[in-house]
Each structure stands twice: as C-alpha cells, then as structure tokens.
Design a protein around this ligand. Structure first.
Ligand code: HDE
Length: 700
C-alpha cells in the first residue's frame, strides 16, 4: 500500500488487514451471530421481566461496562496522525540505524501530540508543555522518540517526577484546577526546587500556547548517543522544526478558545490532514563528539540545559510528513504506547538520570494502562519488523505461537529463533567506575544561567508576555509566601523580571542580587525570528451581510485560497446573502457559532448596505475589535473600513488619493480598485501576529 508520496508503506499495509468496516455488513454478536433486534430486550410478555438468557443484551451491556481504560497519568489528552519520515542526508558516519543512513528509505511513523497536566477531556489551549511523541516503524524495529515542544525539563532526576506531577496536577482535596499550573502546589514546588527555573521560563513564555501542533518545535530533550559501524559514539540531541514556523496564540485568546472550541489544536491537525495540507517538520540533530563532552559550561547529562544552537548548529537531515488521520481514536491514538526504551541499533542512551528513570516508567505504566504484557501486539504498536521470541501467553495474546520449544537454548525447534546475527542491537560499552551514592552531581548545580539566557534572548513583546504569565499564575496562588519565594527565585534569573513580577502580585520587590545578569543570549530561542513565509492552513474570516461586494469577496478570497489559506464567509445567519451586484454569496458559518479567536485574520469587504448592517451588529463589531487586540491581520475594503472605525481601531490610514492600499501594523485597507490589496493582506497574515501593535485603546 502506498502513502500519498507514492512510496510503499508497510505499516499501512499491515493496518489495512486489521481494519473493520461496517459497509455492507449485518449486525452480529461478538460470536458472529446475526441479531434480529437490538432495540428491545427479551422479556416475558411486553411488560414482563427481562430474561437472563438474552445473550445479546448481556453481551452488549457487558462490553459497554468495560469500554474505559485508565487515562495516561500525564499527557492524557492527545491527538495522533500517521505519516512518513524521509531522510535527506545520511548519518552513516555516526550511526548504524538504517533509517538514519539510507536516504532511499521512507519510514512510516505515528505521531501523538499532547498536553501534559489536563485530563483526557480537558481543553487543548491551556498553558502547558506539549508532548511530541514519534514512533518510527523502521525495518530494524520500532524507534520511539518521545519528546516535548520545549527542550528542557522541570527536574534533573526522575526520582522527583512523582513529586513534580503531584504538584502540577489538580490539588487532592477538590481536584481543582483542571489543566492549569496556576495554583499553590505547583508554585510551592517551584520555589523550593530551583532546578525548575529554566523550564518555568519556557512554560511562562508563548511556547506554552502553540497556535497549532503544526507550528511548534519538538525536542528529544535528553542527550542520546549515536553509535557507528566502528562502534564510535557521538552525543546527539534530536530536534523537530515545523516548516510553518513556530507561532503562538495570545493568552487571552487561549482562554476564550478553551470555551469556544476546546478541540482547537486537535481539530486544526485533523482538518489540515483531511484537506491534504500535510504538516511537515524538519528533523535535525546537534552532534557533539565525545571528546567535547566537557567543553560546555554545563553538563550534557543535565536535562535542564540546552546546547545553544549558535554553539552547535542543528543539522537538518530529514523531513517528517503527517498524511493520514487515524480511523479510530481509541484503537490508535489512545492505545498507542510510546516507550523511550524502544531504540534501534545505532541509537543508545546516556546516563542522564531523568532519561534512566523514564526507561523504567513507560513500560511499567503501559502494563496497567493497556492491561498486560501483550500491548506491543496492538495494531498501532506492532512493529513492521518481524517479532520472534519466547515471550508467551499473558492477557490478550493475539499471536498463535507454533512449535514445542518456548525456551532458549533449544534443540527441538532447531535452535530457533536464532540469537544474534547482522543488525543485532549491541549496547554501547561504556566504561563506568564509581562509588554507589545518592547525590546530585556538582556539575548539575547551576540552575539559573540558562534561565537568564532564555530571558535575555526574548524580544520586548515576548518579555511582556512572560511577565504577564508570571503575574497571572502567581496571582492565582493563595499563599503570599509562595509568591515571595518564586519572586526570590526569579531574582536569580533577572532582577528586572523579578521586580516586574513582584509589582503585579503584591510582593515587596527584591533587592538586586549579588551577581549581575551575564548578558548572553541565543537568538534561536526567540519566536521573533520564527519562519513566517506561508499562510498554509491559516483561517480567514470574511464578515458579510446582504449587499456585500461579492466581486471583492471572490477576488480576495481566491487569492488567499490560492496561497493555501482557508476562507470562511461569516454572516448573522446560515444560507445565502444577496450581493450588491444582484448575485448570491454562500455563508460558510453563522457568526453565533464561531468567534474571532478561531481565526487568524479578518477581512471586511465593501458594500454599503452590508457594512451598515455589520456596524449595527455588536457581534460583528466585537469580532473585528477582538481580532485587532489579538494582533491579527485585519483587512478592509472601501466601505468596510467603516467597520474598523466603529470597532475603535483608530489610526487606520486611507490613501489620500482615494485609491491604493495602506498597511499599518497588519491593518490593510484599500479604497477604489487596488491590485495589491490581496498581496499585502497575505503578507500581513504570513507575519502571524503583529505583537508590537498599539491596542490598549480598543475595548475588546
Ligand atoms: Fe514522560 N511519561 N516522563 N516525559 N512523556 C509518559 O507514559 C515520565 C518526560 C512524554 O503520547 C507516561 O505512556 C517520567 C520528559 C510524552 O503517549 C509515563 C519522566 C519528556 C508522553 C511518563 C518523564 C516526556 C509521556 C504517561 C521523568 C520529554 C506522552 C503515559 C523521569 C522528553 C506519550 C505513558 C504519548 C508520557 C513518565 C519525563 C515526554 C508515566 C517518569 C523529559 C510526549 O510513563
């Protein structure tokens, strides 16, 4: 079976045999017996008692009673997709992993994106880390890269994970708040555990509010080891970079979306793939020769540290394309089991203590979540590589193992399956020597330098967002000593930051600390430098009423659609609008069913009557004002400019000669015939957001 790129896809071929379609089928019991009636139980007389011999009733209810499995203890809410990974540049000098050596191979994958703290039914757009887990179904077996959209973690040693997760999850007495870090227990943990500071900077930044799963980076976080054919190791950090750039939502917007469309990120991913607009990510590696292990000012084994990209560039070597939505959420996205211990020959671990604890945790949690040791046989988890061993029995055994010998060594099955041979996994032979201790390495002691590096790298608007986020989160903490403790920690990151946060949360601003900010930055950390060259999948709202200028709707709509955007005509009611020229314009959605927060940009076409109606409609006025306040591209043509004025968007300039197009911080207007309006609007949408826009005067 071929994938959309025309390459054979052995995983889809394997899954095809497991898919069950309702088409042309008759309803049966689980035993395959056709059922004559599934709406009425078997009773004695029409009003009499129900009979226990009604096997169909019993089976139907019993199956229903057992439909649920435990949700993941973290990363419970997720969205998955299939795709393929294409290597462009061979890493044969560094690894024996075939999928990273052979550029002719296309490797099938399943990816699951997730939030961390919320339950399965929580909203997508909460402030949180996002999981970015990829299962590569390689010919040498499954390789799982279980990463996040932030390159560091909250803690250095896995033994702290239960403490951290208990602190961030809803509080024990009342299970509040849902999917939010803005509460006392998390911040109490933070103030007492300074190693969290670097990650907290990321979590309070816009990285925690991705516009789309297709617009966020992914990181393997830990330093791994690649091993080549000569057995030579190289340290490696894995990266995903979205082709659409790394872009985020506004905090106010995320909170509103959580109510308007809690499935916002999930829907966006699904719709893009369904529309054939396949999300793409560049796969990159930072390679560090083992001789350089100690050349950095931090420990490569410390998962609270990045290797700045300016010091070790990310080398792009492949592309991940997501091109198929799952058929069944439960069977695939819920039952997929990632395990950081799933590595293939040529990829190995390091002594990062967080990584080591993860090696235990994933298999352990899946044994309970998926009900026993045979979960690797579930279709989404099953490798495309042959599986042959002496593991036997257990709940839900799906394979029928033939032969008398289920042990090694054996002579009865001719010694099969035979151990070893070409392509066998051999653990890297690291020499280790030391005393048995319970002690954090001194080389892990610096908790602030990289938090400061992150802060120094931010644009002014990013810093404003970070300060706002700290103020919001600490403002939700009931205990003053917790707020004070966090401000004290922030003072080690940057004094100005600590003062700005203190002022917002009723805490005495701290004294300047002894050591000054080191002043170093890493431009790659700022989203101000994110790629912004595409409008693919961007959603544009076109506000209209009867009397709209349908020619403008058609012309600008077509230009945006040709560029890859998705345009929707919104009006007070569903149906058709009478256009100014007598034609009709179909309404895509009724305005009460949507909101500006669900769109990337808004366009108000001309048409006097249409704009008069919209100007008298509070929903429409608010729509435009809110889009403006969230720094989105706003376009208006001719009379449509009047709606911008009505929304309080001052400073809209109109070319004095009555024609031409004017763009002011993402507000694009034109009067009269104007050839470049659509092009300018497209450019404004590409920018994603116009964060430096002056907007405090607009009431929304
Ligand atoms: Fe996880 N993590 N984690 N984690 N993690 C799980 O595994 C754990 C960590 C990550 O879409 C669990 O099957 C420990 C870092 C993702 O199914 C669990 C530690 C990173 C996902 C678990 C960490 C991650 C998980 C919950 C510290 C980024 C979702 C259910 C030692 C590099 C995968 C499950 C999916 C899921 C344990 C830290 C990423 C409990 C003990 C660091 C993306 O096993």
């Amino acid at each position: 079976m071929a994938n959309p790129a025309g390459r054979e896809d052995p995983k889809q071929e394997q899954l095809r045999r497991r898919r069950v379609s309702p088409e042309d089928a008759r309803l049966t019991t689980d035993q395959g017996i056709r059922v004559d009636d599934t709406d009425n139980s078997l009773t004695v007389g029409e009003r009499g008692p129900t009979l226990i011999e009604d096997f169909h009733l019993r089976e139907k209810i019993t199956h229903f009673d057992h439909e649920r499995i435990p949700e993941r203890v973290v990363h419970a809410r997720g969205s998955g997709a299939y795709g393929h990974f294409q290597l462009h540049e061979s890493l044969a000098d560094y690894t024996t992993a075939e999928f990273l050596r052979d550029t002719s191979l296309s490797t099938p994958v399943f990816v699951r994106f997730s939030t961390v703290a919320g339950s399965r039914g929580s909203a997508d757009t909460v402030r949180d880390v996002r999981g970015f887990a990829t299962k590569f179904y390689t010919r040498q077996g499954n390789f799982d890269l279980v990463g996040n959209n932030m390159p560091v973690f909250f803690i250095q040693d896995g033994i702290k994970f239960p403490d951290f997760v208990h602190a961030v999850k809803p509080e024990p007495p009342n299970e509040m708040p849902q999917a939010s870090s803005a509460h006392d227990t998390l911040w109490d943990f933070v103030q007492l555990q300074p190693e969290t500071m670097h990650m907290m900077m990321w979590l309070m930044s816009d990285r925690a509010l991705p516009r789309s799963y297709t617009m966020m980076e992914g990181f393997g976080v830990h330093t791994f080891r690649l091993v080549n054919a000569e057995g030579r190791p190289t340290f490696v950090k894995f990266h995903w970079k979205p082709k659409l750039g790394t872009h985020s939502l506004a905090w106010d917007e995320t909170q509103k979306i959580a109510g308007k469309d809690p499935d916002f990120n999930r829907r966006d991913l699904w719709d893009r793939i369904a529309a054939g607009d396949f999300p793409e990510y560049e796969f990159g590696v930072q390679l560090v020769p083992v001789e350089d292990e100690h050349r950095f000012g931090f420990d490569l084994l410390d998962p609270t540290k990045i290797i700045p990209e300016e010091e070790v560039p990310v080398r792009p070597v492949g592309t991940l394309t997501l091109d198929r939505n799952p058929d069944n959420f439960f069977a695939e996205t819920e039952q997929v089991a990632f395990c950081i211990g799933n590595v293939v020959p040529g990829i190995d671990f390091t002594n990062d203590p967080l990584l080591q604890a993860r090696l235990f945790s994933y298999l352990d949690t899946q044994l309970i979540r998926l009900g026993g040791p045979n979960f690797p046989q579930i279709p989404v988890n099953r490798p495309v590589a042959d599986v042959r061993n002496h593991h036997r029995d257990g709940y839900h055994q799906m394979d029928i193992h033939q032969g008398q010998a289920s042990y090694h060594k054996n002579s009865l099955s001719g010694g099969c399956p035979v151990v070893g041979g070409e392509g066998s996994f051999t653990h890297y032979q690291e020499r280790v020597d030391g005393d048995v201790v319970r002690k954090r390495s001194e080389s892990f002691a610096d908790h602030y330098s990289q938090a400061t590096l992150f802060w120094n790298s931010m644009a002014d608007w990013e810093r404003e967002h970070i300060v706002g986020a700290f103020r919001f989160e600490l403002g939700k903490c009931e205990r003053k000593h917790v707020r004070e403790g966090v401000v004290e920690q922030l003072n080690h990151v940057d004094h100005d930051l600590a003062v700005a946060v203190a002022e917002g949360v009723g805490v005495e601003p701290p004294q300047a600390p002894a050591g000054a900010n080191h002043g170093r930055g890493s431009p790659a950390l700022s989203q101000a430098h994110a790629r912004a060259d595409s409008v693919r999948g961007r959603k544009i709202a076109i506000l209209a009423a009867d009397g709209v200028d349908s020619a403008a709707v058609a012309a600008v709509g077509e230009a945006l659609t040709d560029a890859g955007a998705v345009c929707e005509v919104l009006a007070a009611k569903d149906g058709f609008l009478q256009a100014a020229n007598g034609g009709q314009v179909e309404v895509t959605r009724a305005m009460p069913t949507v909101a500006s927060v669900l769109y990337d940009a808004v366009l108000v076409p001309g048409g006097d009557q249409s704009v008069r109606t919209l100007s008298a409609d509070g929903d429409a006025v608010h729509f435009v004002a809110e889009a403006f306040v969230h720094c989105k591209a706003v376009g208006a043509l001719d009379a449509g400019i009047g709606l911008l004025d009505r929304a309080g968007i001052n400073g809209v300039q109109v070319a004095s000669d009555g024609g031409g197009t004017v763009s002011d911080s993402g507000v694009v207007t034109a009067t009269g015939p104007s050839g470049d309006f659509a092009a300018k609007l497209i450019d404004a949408v590409k920018e994603h957001r116009h964060w430096t826009r002056k907007k405090d005067h607009v009431p929304a």
